[in-house]
Design a binder for this molecule. Structure first.
Ligand code: GLU
Length: 289
């Protein structure tokens, strides 16, 4: 089982087409199913017109998902249950810090600010030290908070901080790779604006949907260590991973959703046919000028 899991925060671009086609092709090759999952937990950024456009653009590429589409916003109770299970094992704590607090703390620290492998600023841990009474009091007072994973406890529980998984390399090879997860620090598993997070939902859903191969851009490869940790903690199976190289635009910049000119629908409107776009997304041939 493979899946394509875009967030409806913009139109699909060539990078999405690469992830979708890798998953689609792997499903075809193995006689497995290809699932579409809409990762729409971010209430501020997700839009239903982008959601509709995703299926339309995939169909134009020649990709039709098997079975019903899963929308994460329909499954908040499932994410809540995972959070409750982790909290029950003492692995979560509420954090009341704002982004500004975290930046200030990093600037004032005696050592250089610590960045997680995905480039985000790792959390210094102020709220980890709060007493149970202080936490309860602030929550009762309605203080907005996220829930963080206590990384030291979590890695202690799974017997170490080195996470391993099977990575498909571009071409044919598959190999076991490892990465430490501790440098991520206490990652957020439930956000202030929605009681879930990318790391939580993606791992829960891949397990729940029986996904055996995760295909996505190389920018998400570092996050795989966090995903493996959650899988081990929750007893979920380890999928294989394929992180496709990021596609660059004419100026050598990474394609991003904000770069609307290269969205699949902009390419379609400009007269490109689906085959040329598929070839460009899979690195077979550059887009004709
Ligand atoms: N929803 C993520 C995105 O659109 C992809 C998540 C994944 O494939 O693991 O970037």
């Amino acid at each position: 089982m493979t899946r394509f899991a875009p967030s409806p925060t913009g139109y699909l671009h060539l990078g999405h087409a690469a992830a979708a086609l890798a998953a689609w092709q792997a499903a075809e090759d193995s006689g497995g199913r290809f699932l579409l999952r809409i990762e729409d937990i971010d209430p501020g950024r997700c839009r239903t017109d982008y959601d509709d456009a995703i299926r339309e653009d995939l169909a134009w590429l020649g990709i039709v998902p098997d079975g019903p589409v899963r929308r994460q916003s329909d499954h908040m109770a499932e994410y809540r249950a995972v959070l409750d299970a982790l909290a029950g094992r003492g692995l979560l704590y509420p954090c009341f810090c704002t982004r500004a607090d975290i930046r200030r703390e990093a600037a004032e620290a005696a050592h250089a600010p610590h960045h997680a492998p995905d480039g985000t600023l790792a959390y210094g841990g102020t709220c980890r030290a709060l007493s149970a009474e202080a936490r309860a009091e602030r929550i009762a007072g309605g203080a907005p908070h996220v829930l963080r994973l206590d990384m030291a406890r979590a890695t202690g529980e799974v017997g170490g901080d080195i996470m391993t998984w099977r990575e498909w390399e571009a071409g044919s090879g598959r190999r076991r790779v490892s990465a430490p997860v501790a440098p991520f620090g206490d990652v957020v598993l439930a956000r202030k604006d929605c009681p879930a997070s990318y790391h939580l939902c993606v791992t829960h859903d891949d397990a729940r949907q029986g996904v055996g191969l995760v295909t996505r851009g190389a920018d998400l490869r570092p996050a795989t260590a966090v995903h493996r940790l959650l899988q081990v903690l929750m007893g979920w199976p380890a999928p294989d991973y394929f992180h496709h190289p990021l596609l660059l635009d004419d100026q050598g910049r990474r394609l991003a959703k904000r770069d609307g000119a290269r969205s699949l629908r902009a390419l379609r409107a400009a007269g490109y046919d689906a085959r040329a776009v598929r070839d460009a997304a899979t690195g077979k041939a550059p887009l004709p000028a």
